[in-house]
Write a protein that binds this ligand. Sequence first.
Ligand code: ZN
Length: 400
Amino acid sequence: MATSSGEHSAVTNFRKYLRIKSIQPNVDYDGCLSFLKNQATEIGLDYEVFEVLPKKPIVVLTWKGQNPSLSSILLSSHMDVVPVFPDKWKFEPFSAEKTENGDIYARGSQDMKCVGIQYLEAIRRLKAEGKSCLRNIYLSFSSDEEIGSGPWIEFLKRKEFSQMNVGFALDEGIANPGDEFRIFYAERQVWWVRVTCSGQPGHGSQILKNTAGMKLRNVINSFLDFRTKEENRLNSDEKLTLGDVTTVNLTMLEGGIQYNVVPDKLSVGFDIRIPPTADLKAFESTIKTWCQEAGEEVTYEFVQKHEGQDITSTDKNDPWWSAFSSTMEALGQKIVKEIFPAGTDSKHTRKCGIPAIGFSPMNKTPILLHDHNEYLNEKIFLKGIDVYYALIPALANVAQ
Ligand code: ZN
């Protein structure tokens, strides 16, 4: 498996993929497509591209199973990566420089070109050994996940997607500095709320009644008092992770004309992330109450409001979970189950009724997604291929 340089060929392949500048907002999708087409040809997988939105391709590679009438397994990843601040990096972020101890520095090394290549390398090895699986296996490489997943949402509506008859999906997770793999079975919902306070305008020298500013203070106090409550709840219970609590952040403030004018309107925006286990109706009526209590003419609107509460089963009797968890057990790998604190393509896949697990095999690794100096060690990367080498057939051979 070693190339002439002594490097494992899978690592060389990974570094090649990392060097393609698939950086937002001008993503080199053409570069990704020709790379993936080559991979498909080498490994012997069917290759298809769906341009669901102009210049926003979804690549699908297929490894046919022995019984294509069974539902299939979907191995998802995205091709795009977030922007960089190159002067904050030790190495050029698209050089995929490898240090002596095997750390590979590149944007996308954790999020999530590693996983895309690990799927491919595991299947390359399985096929080379003449193995085959019961179910069809699809590898999808999506575009623009980092700016809202538009193409993936569109693809899920296509008949080509429903024809794939997906029964179970894997997608990205996140690194863990500890020994365990973090396994995500649900995601928090995103609510962006804008609250607008209207009131008496006038001269900045007066003590006016009913001003927008006084109401705005009440609104901010209610939202941020709740924030503190949730923070305390998280800190007081060891079993809770960020995904189990509701987070509130004040992210936008709008209003004002000039310093000596009391404005007739001020507004504030909050980024709220709610666990799928929360009572969404009750939470919205709480927001309504906060606005009413803040004074007259205080209104709220949703800039974004996701209401999916899909949770993938991690019951020991669930055939997918049983295949997943027993593989980890056989590998001697500890796992922790969590609700993903941010958002991935998985939540859209789950919305179609498809169980999905978010998982990137990166333990003993600092969390550096979207950060400067994102890297992954080659040994961790190669171990991840071993994990998929066991996991993919375990899932694709689930009998019913
Ligand atoms: Zn990602």
